[in-house]
Write a protein that binds this ligand. Structure first.
Ligand code: NOJ
Length: 739
């Protein structure tokens, strides 16, 4: 009898397993939808509007007293900047135990390139051309953040930027939609994993939707005017990649886009995002961007602003409180439908359920200390910072430096500045955690005499430190000079009209170089700089961005060859601000530049070409890329092919090369860029080693948005190019046939 029962039970379980196993994911989503709808049915209008409200905490991570009261009444959906397991739990406890419906809060924070362990600025991380590294960094950031009670990051920032005057270029992956898309996908995966209810994951937010990086004249928050073609070809793709990777939320941007502010733009927020891309998460406004609709001149008053934003598709309002104030009256006046409000609430609740907050609303306070800034995370930060460094110049192999050197002059305002190592948006990073270059070299080479002299400030007119710096250089065998921008010169509201080294730094370099001692320039900056003099006259230049908590150790690793640099520029370095916007994937024009012909597209006073092109970067070893081959010279419209090259390390050290694949659609129904990145691989090769690198190129990757704005592959001739940067390329032809 017993065994018969057991058999029945086994059969029943097997049956259940077979019915449940395949659509587990969708059935759990169905359950979430049921729970969302059941909850929604019980909510009052005030409670619904409460879910749409996000408020800012205090700068130190505390909530405000008012939040307690609002959480108790169910009038608050989320906070930003409140962090720390204990603080978030305290506020959460009120929402979950004292409010009528016990809906948990979602705690958001700008975890941009690390929570407490700070990784390189995102532009630097993109220079690694290593999405796996970006995914790893985001994964660590997520684990630290979740342990500290944070559920939601306002990252990845996936804005394409073609204008380095714009300070926020530091937060993105540079100028290219393909590299940007891969980095977007990697970061979403890193933050969210496959299920962001996991206690070491957080929900991500693709921002700033959209074209925020196209700010006129590079001035932050400025107007943008971008054709639908350029939106679809350049600005949309990293957002689409984030959606495809399952990103849970979006942030609507500050900018006015083609006459309609991004935070009230039904075309981008509803037609494209929800309609075309089927995004089912929620959209949060950027900070007070709903209220700013009045300043834009789109809304005449607060009610108008609330109506415009909510009905366009902005679900949660960050900081301003117009939804709460006006949605009730708008509903009464039939200017807003119940359905619009319900849909916004539904989307927010859906993400809260997906985060598992209803089942596990609290952070584990006991786990927090061990999860944060532990040695494994710190080691990863060092590794990733080193992978992000780009060697721009290395004449006569000045680099790497010899560890047996007797004395080093370390000069420059950034050589020992902890704060600057963290870059902008440094989460909960602590200045005291940051390792400077001075510390990094000291701990690598404790026996070497280091003559440190600041020389000057980053951005001041004073030169009274020069003498000491020159003395240090004269007394040392070799000089390292760390110059660039301070961290606060890039990031939000940090646009510049000049890209030169600020203050007297260039003079300092010139003076030090005049001592005749071997000199290495270490750049730290959040954007491309115009460094023509250095490029021409300094023997060695290392671009290190802002490397994060472990910057100094990582740079020292590269200077002394414990790591061979393999990063590549994710953005073009111009020669002059007047060339901007300058990017590799430009159109050919009817009169492409020709030095011998005046009436072609160029300048009278500056070369049309960049100082350093997109994709550029050297190594301590040398590579040769040869033997470009296609598996087929012709493919059908829906076909694909394999592109192969051989890459060989012809030098004497192991090193990494980033092999890059570009295409050009030679003639199409609309004009096409002269080059478009379509693939890349960072490969490691031992001295003398040769590898075949293979790319699969699908017809989809050859597709374009045609004149009717439909994505299609057009037959005709293509160029396929492979090389070590966007200029030094092997080239062959490919034909896409009509059939
Ligand atoms: C404004 C910034 O534009 C955005 O990127 C950030 O996430 C929010 N402030 C919240 O700090």
């Amino acid at each position: 009898m017993k065994s018969a029962k057991l058999i029945c039970l086994v059969i029943l379980l097997a049956f259940l397993a077979s019915t449940l196993s395949a659509p587990v994911a969708s059935s759990s989503q169905d359950r979430i939808e049921q729970r969302v709808n059941a909850l929604l049915a019980r909510m009052t209008l005030e409670e619904k509007l409460g879910q749409l409200q996000q408020l800012d905490g205090e700068a130190n991570g505390n909530f405000r007293p008012e939040h307690l009261q609002m959480a108790r009444q169910g009038l608050l959906g989320s906070t930003l900047n409140v962090r720390g397991a204990q603080k978030t739990n305290q506020l959460q406890r009120i929402a979950v135990t004292e409010s009528r419906l016990k809906i948990p809060l979602i705690f958001g924070f700008d975890v941009i390139h690390g929570y407490r362990t700070i990784f390189p600025i995102p532009l630097g991380e993109a220079a690694s051309w290593d999405p796996a590294a970006a995914e790893r960094a985001a994964g660590i950031a997520a684990a630290e953040a979740r342990a500290a009670g944070v559920h939601w990051t306002f990252a990845p920032m996936v804005d394409i930027a073609r204008d380095p005057r714009w300070g926020r270029i530091t937060e993105g992956s540079g100028e290219d939609p393909y590299l940007g898309s891969l980095m977007a996908r990697a970061r979403v995966r890193g933050f969210q994993g496959s299920d962001y209810s996991a206690q070491d994951k957080i929900v991500a937010c693709a921002k700033h939707w959209v074209a925020y990086g196209a700010a006129e004249a590079g001035r932050d928050y400025n107007t943008t005017d971008v054709s639908e073609r350029t939106l679809r070809e350049v600005y949309f793709p990293p957002f689409k990649a984030a959606v495809d990777a399952g990103v849970g939320t979006f942030m609507s941007a500050f900018n006015d886009l083609n006459g309609v502010p991004s935070s009230a733009n039904p075309f981008t927020l509803t037609e494209v995002l929800r309609g075309e891309w089927k995004f089912d998460g929620f959209v949060v406004s950027d900070y007070t961007s709903v209220e700013e609709l009045m300043k834009h001149g789109l809304a005449t008053n607060g009610a108008d602003a609330a109506r415009e934003a909510l009905s366009a598709g902005v679900d949660m309002e960050m900081v301003s409180r117009l939804y709460n104030k006006h949605a009730g009256e708008l509903l009464k006046d039939r200017q807003l439908s119940q359905q619009t409000i319900d849909e916004a609430v539904r989307r927010i609740l859906r993400v809260k359920f997906r985060l598992g907050l209803f089942d596990k609303p609290y952070a584990d306070e006991a786990l927090e200390p061990a999860a944060i800034f532990n040695s494994a995370n710190v080691a990863a930060a060092r590794d990733i910072a080193a992978r992000s460094i780009v060697l721009l110049k290395n004449e006569r192999q000045v680099l790497p430096l010899d560890k047996t050197v007797r004395s080093i002059a370390l000069i420059g305002p950034l050589a020992d500045s902890r704060q600057d190592m963290l870059g902008s948006w440094n989460g909960d990073g602590k200045v005291e955690d940051a390792v400077t270059l001075l510390q990094g070299i000291k701990s690598k080479l404790p026996q070497v005499r280091i003559n440190y002299a600041k020389g000057c400030e980053v951005n001041s007119g004073k030169t009274d430190g020069f003498e000491e710096a020159l003395r240090a250089a004269r007394e040392s065998d070799v000089t390292i000079i760390a110059v660039g921008e301070s961290a606060d010169m890039s990031g939000e509201a940090a646009s510049r009209s000049s890209l030169d080294l600020p203050g007297r730094q260039l003079e300092l370099v010139k003076a030090v170089q005049a001592t005749g001692k071997p000199i290495v320039v270490v750049l730290m900056n959040g954007r491309p700089l115009t460094i023509n003099w250095l490029a021409e006259n300094s023997p060695a230049i290392l671009e290190t961005w802002f490397g994060g908590s472990q910057a100094g150790n990582a740079i020292a690793d590269v200077l002394f060859a414990d790591v061979n640099p393999g990063g590549k520029l994710p953005v073009t370095f111009p020669r002059a601000v007047g060339q901007i916007p300058l990017y590799y994937n430009h159109k050919n024009t009817g009169r492409p530049p020709d030095a011998k012909n005046k009436y072609t597209s160029k300048y009278l006073d500056v070369d049309w070409r960049p100082l350093f092109p997109f994709g550029y970067g050297l190594s301590y070893t040398q590579f040769k890329i040869t033997n470009l081959q296609l598996s087929a010279q012709r493919i059908p419209l829906n076909g694909k092919l394999t592109v192969t090259v051989e890459v060989e390390n012809t030098g004497k050290r192991a090193g990494d090369e980033v092999v890059q694949l570009y295409i050009r659609d030679v003639a199409a129904s609309v004009t096409r860029p002269v080059k478009e990145l379509k693939g890349f691989q960072r490969v490691t090769l031992q001295p003398g080693e040769k590898k075949r690198v293979e790319f699969v190129l699908t017809a989809e990757q050859l597709g374009i948005w045609n004149r009717q704005m439909r994505f299609t592959v057009e037959p005709g001739e293509f160029k396929v190019m492979v090389g070590a940067n966007s200029e030094d390329l092997l080239e062959t032809a490919l034909e896409v046939e009509k059939r």
